[in-house]
Design a protein around this ligand. Structure first.
Ligand code: AMP
Ligand code: ZN
Length: 114
């Protein structure tokens, strides 16, 4: 989608520190990391929020979680623990309206999150 920063990164029009990509999704380092490991897992398909995920997207969403878990293993944080989080709308702090999973790890985290 024109003007969407994550669509632009997926199309490689805007640079990012890409850690993995395939036909369905791309994963890159967050520009403002909140943990030692902070990677965004982004579908190539533009979906604005979790509220727009349709029936046809169910496999895609599963793929994002699998990709996040594999990257956590590759980064060596899987055994100690990690989070896969999707913020939705203002109260959750969503700032980029193209869905993405945050992979956070490499430090101990609190619950509930702030
Ligand atoms: P959210 O607040 O859940 O929508 O998350 C958006 C995330 O995208 C934030 O953690 C930002 O730091 C990150 N971000 C924004 N622009 C970029 C960019 N150009 N490259 C990498 N990460 C970005
Ligand atoms: Zn987009």
């Amino acid at each position: 989608m024109t003007g969407c920063i994550f669509c632009e990164i997926a199309a490689r029009n805007i640079p990012a520190r890409i850690v993995y990509e395939d036909d369905l999704a791309i994963a890159f380092e967050d520009i403002n990391p909140q943990a030692l490991v902070h990677i965004l897992i982004v579908p190539r398909k533009h979906i604005a929020t979790a509220l727009e995920i349709g029936d046809a997207d169910q496999a895609l969403i599963g793929h994002l979680f699998q990709m996040g878990a594999k990257i956590a293993q590759n980064k060596g944080i899987a055994e100690k623990g990690f989070r896969l989080v999707m913020n939705t709308n203002a109260d959750a702090g969503q700032t980029v309206f193209h869905i993405h999973l945050h992979l956070l790890g490499g430090r101990s985290m609190h619950w509930p999150p702030g």
